[in-house]
Design a protein around this ligand. Structure first.
Ligand code: ADP
Length: 270
C-alpha cells in the first residue's frame, strides 16, 4: 500500500512567506494495519491448537475403554500443548522486541559464546536426523548486545536449517569480521526458498510450506524474531537461497572494537 495521506496546512504569513505544515500519516496508518493483522493472526494461530487439544480431550473421554487409544490421544495432547506453549512464548518475545526498539542494557558479547550455546541447543535435534553441524568462525569476535537474544536468533536460524533439510545433510555456522560488521552465517543443503518467497519469510506467521512447518513444530515466528533481534542490535538479516541447493542466512551486526582497537583509537585522538 503505497498511498500517502498528507494533511497540509498553508498559513499566509505575509506577501513573500507561506508556512507549510505537512504531517505524514502513512507510517501511523501502516503501524495500525500491522497491529490489526497481528491480532487477527494471533487469534487464528492460537485457536487452531486449542481446538485440537479440546477435540483430543473429548476423544480421550470417549475412548476410556480402549487404553491404547487413550495413550495415543494423550501423547498428541502433550505434543500439541508443547507447541502451544512455544507459540505463546514466541508471541510474548516478539511483542517485547517490538515495543522496545533498542536494547535495554547492551553488554560486550563474545560471538564464540553465542555460536557455541546456539549449537548446543540444536545438537540433539541435528544428531537425531544425522545432520552434521560444523562451526567455522573467526575467534575473538565481539559485538555489543544481549547474549540471550543473540543466542535465540542464531538458534532460530539453526533450527530452521535442521528442520528444512534432509537427513544426513550438512549445516555450517560461520562468523567473520567484514569491515565494521560481524557476519554470522548459517548455511544448509536443504529445500531452499523460491526467490518470490524470500522477502516474505521474515513476516510474522508467513510459511512457504505450512504443512512442513507444522510437521516440524514451527510457529511461523522464528525469522520475524531473528529480524527484530538484529534490528534491535543495529544490524540486519538477509537470505541467499536456491531451491534444491540450500540456503544461507546472514546476520550482520556492528562490530565492538577489541581492546587493542580501542587503545589505538585513543592514541589517534591524542
Ligand atoms: P517456521 O516456524 O515455519 O519455521 P520461520 O519464521 O522460522 O517459521 O520461517 C518461515 C518460513 O521460511 C518457514 O515456514 C519455511 O517455509 C521458510 N524457511 C525458513 N528457514 C528455511 C531454511 N533454512 N530452508 C528452507 N526454508 C526455510
Amino acid at each position: 500500500d503505497a498511498s500517502v495521506v498528507m494533511r497540509v496546512r498553508v498559513a499566509p504569513l505575509g506577501v513573500n512567506h507561506v508556512l507549510l505544515l505537512a504531517e505524514d500519516h502513512t507510517h501511523a496508518r501502516r503501524v495500525e494495519e500491522v497491529r490489526r493483522d497481528f491480532v487477527a493472526n494471533v487469534s487464528h494461530e492460537l485457536k487452531t491448537p486449542v481446538g485440537g487439544i479440546s477435540l483430543l480431550a473429548e476423544a480421550v473421554l470417549d475412548g476410556k475403554d480402549d487404553p491404547e487409544a487413550v495413550t495415543r490421544f494423550a501423547e498428541r495432547i502433550r505434543v500439541e500443548s508443547t507447541r502451544l506453549g512455544r507459540l505463546v512464548q514466541e508471541i510474548v518475545d516478539l511483542s517485547r522486541l517490538q515495543v522496545a526498539d533498542t536494547l535495554h542494557e547492551p553488554e560486550l558479547v563474545e560471538v564464540d559464546e553465542v555460536l557455541d550455546e546456539a549449537l548446543d541447543r540444536v545438537r540433539v535435534a541435528a544428531d537425531a536426523r544425522g545432520i552434521d553441524v560444523t562451526l567455522g568462525a573467526e575467534r575473538g569476535l565481539r559485538v555489543f548486545g544481549d547474549l540471550e537474544l543473540l543466542v535465540t536468533a542464531v538458534t532460530n536460524l539453526l533450527t530452521n536449517a535442521v528442520n528444512y533439510s534432509d537427513d544426513g545433510t550438512r549445516v555450517g555456522v560461520g562468523g567473520r569480521r567484514v569491515g565494521d560488521l560481524v557476519e554470522i552465517t548459517v548455511t544448509d543443503q536443504g529445500a531452499g526458498i523460491p526467490a518470490t518467497e524470500q522477502e516474505r519469510i521474515f513476516e510474522r506467521f508467513y510459511r512457504v510450506d505450512a504443512a512442513r512447518s507444522r510437521a516440524t513444530g514451527g510457529t511461523g515466528l522464528g525469522l520475524a524474531i531473528v529480524k527484530h533481534i538484529c534490528a534491535n542490535h543495529g544490524g540486519d538479516v538477509a537470505v541467499w537461497s536456491e531451491p534444491g541447493r540450500g540456503s544461507t542466512f546472514t546476520m550482520t551486526l556492528p562490530v565492538a572494537a577489541a581492546p587493542a582497537d580501542t587503545d589505538h583509537a585513543a592514541d589517534d585522538d591524542l
